[in-house]
Design a protein around this ligand. Structure first.
Ligand code: PLP
Length: 406
């Protein structure tokens, strides 16, 4: 009899409980199992691309245009930044973690004169101070990360949208780890560029950026003194070469369309299947499911005597960032969970890498089917590293949250 049993033997891959890419539904995987189609063929446009983009409007809660771009979340951030920002434009960027810092860097490269509004990681945003800063700087745009994936904290995008509107600024929002997992109201909150990626709560494979564009954002692009430095990611190109006049574009009715950048056909088919799943579930149910799932996970972690990294009041429903017990390296816990129990969670990023874990509850994984095994694996892995908690205490606490919601 071996001294320890490896429960991951025979598993061909770990279950993805990292905060994206996340697990995929069978129909999403199957949608990619097809021979190539031609991206510029009208039939791809009519049967796959256009219906997917129209359906995404419901997910984004907007009436305006939504586009796909080959790439990822940061492609959409870069497309947004380079499309509306010209050298010397003032932008206020809220930096509450790694992904706020990422957009600061993208905006600096786009030539913006950036004013950073720093928020301590995991702590709430002081809206009064942000409003005063916006008043002082009078920026062309304010940028916020709705759900800061590096710290597991969600920020009040609706209130920041009001501040932006109050000073006549565009409101740029990174919803990479938010959209389709927590409520994001593009039109109601005045989001001018809603920028995200495919591989998180949308439940689609990695490989697409997704951007929703408001009328105000189009106007800013039209008013540019110089063309955007990027061709492929200049969103205005979509207006010029793809959108018909009836939707604000330049194409006469019936004129042939062309995509400014070749859109990956397989990934678009997968996105269409993913959006079908979201719409069949319905947004209110989907948001409630993510909320209950994250609450159950947090209750389980608490019962295992683990401390959340962010303030509880702003803890995210799609990514949970939790401290490892004193003296236990998060990287070792991740390796043990993966190699002994077949479940992959993430470490924190940068300075939080050794002291925190990040667990995604996104799309399919916002469910007891994924959360209970994760808590079990975490408890057993921590036990191997010397942190003992009452066996099953985390599971019981999570289960009672699921039971209350059932
Ligand atoms: C909030 C946020 N913004 C931007 C990004 C970058 O997205 P991508 O890795 O898809 O380029 C991520 C990735 O995790 C993210 O969580």
């Amino acid at each position: 009899m071996p001294q320890t049993i490896n429960w991951a033997l025979g598993l061909t891959r770990p279950t993805l409980m990292i905060p994206g890419p996340t697990e995929l539904a069978y129909s999403v995987i199957q949608a990619m199992n097809a021979p190539p189609t031609v991206q510029y063929d009208a039939s791809f446009d009519e049967r796959v691309l256009e219906p997917t983009l129209l359906a995404l409007r419901t997910v984004f809660q907007c009436r305006g245009e939504v586009f796909l771009l080959p790439g990822s979340g940061r492609t959409s951030l870069e497309a947004g930044a380079t499309s509306v920002i010209e050298p010397g434009d003032r932008v206020v960027v809220v930096v509450a973690g790694q992904f706020g810092a990422l957009m600061r860097e993208i905006l600096v490269r786009a030539g913006a004169e950036v004013t950073e509004f720093t928020v301590e990681g995991g702590r709430p945003l002081d809206l009064g101070r942000l409003a005063a800063e916006a008043e002082r700087v009078r920026p062309k745009a304010i940028h916020l990360v709705h759900n800061e994936t590096s710290t597991g904290a969600t920020y009040p995008a609706d209130a920041v949208g009001k501040i932006a509107r109050g000073v006549g600024a565009l409101f740029l929002l990174d919803t990479v780890s938010a959209i389709a997992g927590i409520d994001v109201r593009t039109d109601e909150w005045g989001i001018d560029l809603n920028m995200t990626g495919s591989q998180k709560c949308l439940g689609a494979p990695l490989g697409l950026g997704v951007v929703a564009v408001s009328d105000r954002a189009w106007e800013a692009m039209e008013r540019r003194r110089t063309p955007a430095k990027s061709y492929a990611y200049d969103l205005l190109q979509w207006r010029k070469t793809w959108l018909p006049e009836a939707r604000g574009g330049r194409l006469a009715a019936g004129a042939p369309r062309s995509q400014p950048v070749s859109i990956p056909t397989h990934l678009t088919a997968a996105m269409r299947a993913a959006v079908e799943i979201i719409l069949a579930e319905g947004l209110p149910h989907r948001f409630a499911r993510h909320a209950v799932a994250a609450a159950a996970l947090r209750a389980g972690l608490d019962a295992m005597r683990l401390e959340l990294f962010p303030d509880a009041a702003i803890a995210s429903n799609t990514v949970t960032c939790v401290r490892t017990p004193q003296g236990i390296d998060a990287r070792a816990v991740v390796t043990t969970m993966r190699d002994h129990y077949g479940i992959l969670v993430g470490t924190g990023l940068d300075k939080l890498r050794t002291g925190t874990l990040r667990i995604g509850t996104m799309s399919l994984t916002a469910s007891p089917a994924y959360i209970l095994p994760t808590l079990s694996a975490l408890e057993l892995a921590l036990r191997e590293h010397g942190h003992k908690s009452e066996p099953g205490a985390g599971l019981a606490a999570a289960q009672s949250i699921f039971a209350e919601a059932s």
